[in-house]
Design a protein around this ligand. Structure first.
Ligand SMILES: Cc1cc2nc3c(=O)[nH]c(=O)nc-3n(C[C@H](O)[C@H](O)[C@H](O)COP(=O)(O)OP(=O)(O)OC[C@H]3O[C@@H](n4cnc5c(N)ncnc54)[C@H](O)[C@@H]3O)c2cc1C
Length: 157
């Protein structure tokens, strides 16, 4: 790591023995409870195949901030369950959708079964030949689909 990364942040020490965790899909049963809101990987863990974990976390934080600021403006208790449930409602479906998509992609690309390989190749070929479909996937991957929180669009809340 020192060879590749340099010593910009000081010498690198091994702090503990190496450990391994399986990559997979985890989704909290509830993102909220009274005065509690889970965001980022505390709420969901998805396979890093499409590089979307951090994006989901940013969306969570932006949505939560928007819900809290709006509730505060209306003079509501920002930690009340009905307020936090707006955040959960906003983020849960998007998260589930992304979790299932990355899980299916991972299963599809992490094996060498003949027919699946064929489906994979045909699918990739189709996306390459259909600009609108390709554009749809690019928008999904860049987090610009659906109800995007204001902060992610560069707007003030
Ligand atoms: C191999 C791999 C590749 C990935 N590649 C991508 C990618 O290309 N693009 C992408 O968008 N995402 C990627 N991700 C996912 C991304 O890394 C995570 O989604 C993101 O880091 C989650 O951010 P977070 O702040 O929610 O959680 P974390 O980054 O896990 O931060 C949580 C922090 O809380 C600290 N903490 C834990 N418990 C306590 C405690 N009790 N008290 C105080 N602090 C505590 C932890 O030490 C940690 O620093 C990848 C993940 C993996 C595993």
């Amino acid at each position: 790591m020192e060879q590749r990364f340099g010593l910009k942040l000081g010498e690198i020490h091994v702090a503990d023995r190496p450990r391994a965790w399986p990559l997979g899909l985890t989704l909290a049963r509830a993102f909220v409870a009274p005065r509690i809101a889970l965001a980022g990987d505390a709420a969901h863990g998805i396979h890093p195949i499409a590089g979307q974990g951090l994006n989901l976390g940013f969306k969570d934080v932006a949505a939560l901030a928007e819900v809290v600021v709006e509730a505060d403006r209306l003079g509501q208790d920002i930690g009340a369950l009905d307020v936090l449930e707006r955040y959960q409602q906003w983020r849960r479906f998007d998260t589930l959708q992304m979790g299932i998509t990355t899980d299916v992609l991972n299963r599809l690309f992490s094996n060498d079964i003949g027919p699946l390989r064929a489906v994979r190749d045909v699918g990739l070929g189709l996306v390459e030949r259909m600009p609108r479909l390709k554009d749809f996937f690019i928008r999904q991957a860049s987090g610009l689909s659906g109800d995007t929180p204001k902060l992610l669009k560069g707007e003030a809340i």
